[in-house]
Design a protein around this ligand. Structure first.
Ligand code: GLN
Length: 229
């Protein structure tokens, strides 16, 4: 189970969202506060951001706290749409940079917190790795992000034990699901943060209920209950 974070708003630095907050993804990599499955997130990290319409990524299969260059470069990576994650690989899954979120289809950046039986997911030549999250990302990209809620309900029906928290961004919107794990939203004057857990103790963080679809656009945050709940 991993931790992820998304931003939509004014351009801000990757460091300001992930490295600088008291309980940002960097601290969540070794000491998450709300993680229900797994103790820490040492199996890799990924930061993704939109450069105009182009998604760009930097991923690693090593712990975020040990990277020699991230702290130097992240303050210079600025964007109005960011998706970042730290990974705790599930048992049996490969430890490699291509297995770490965010995944992309060239238009979206997508992260998965959770676990799903790979036997219920179609094999896909487009999957970036063989872990469950990469296969699930390929299925979601294939169905289209507008069908995200339907895809999650369908996968959950096939694997009732699945945990399916998804977070994706395309430069102009974020979409996310809660299905088995935590997600919080922070509405700031300069934009909106979605995060597996709050990166600080600001009382403005709100928890998203389980089994919901969240959509963030420049005009606001919308929540909808997922059918099949
Ligand atoms: N099932 C995931 C994996 O091993 C676990 C990490 C996560 O929560 N995305 O890739």
């Amino acid at each position: 189970m991993c931790r992820h974070l998304g931003w939509l708003g004014e351009p801000v630095s990757v460091a300001s969202l992930t490295l600088e907050p008291a309980n940002g993804l960097l601290v969540q990599s070794y000491s998450p506060r709300r993680q229900k499955h797994g103790l820490m997130n040492a199996d890799g990290w990924g930061v993704g951001f939109f450069d105009g319409a182009t998604p760009r990524r930097w991923r690693s299969a090593t712990p975020m706290w040990g990277d020699a260059s991230l702290a130097s470069v992240a303050p210079a990576l600025r964007s109005g749409c960011i998706v970042a994650a730290v990974r705790s690989a599930s048992i049996g899954m490969p430890i490699e940079a291509t297995a770490v979120a965010p995944f992309t289809d060239g238009h979206w950046l997508l992260s998965h917190n959770g676990l799903v039986d790979r036997d219920v997911l179609p094999l896909s030549a487009a999957a970036e790795s063989t872990n469950d999250s990469a296969l699930l990302a390929a299925l979601i990209f294939d169905r289209g992000l507008d069908a995200l809620g339907d895809t999650i309900v369908e996968v959950a029906a096939a694997d009732p034990n699945a945990r399916l928290n998804i977070l994706a961004g395309n430069g102009s919107r974020l979409v996310a699901t809660t299905w088995g794990d935590t997600l919080s939203v922070l509405r700031r004057p300069d934009g909106v943060v979605l995060a597996s857990e709050p990166y600080d103790d600001d009382p403005a963080w709100e928890e998203i209920p389980d089994r919901h679809l969240v959509e963030v656009t420049p005009s606001g945050v919308q929540l909808a209950a997922l059918k099949g709940a």
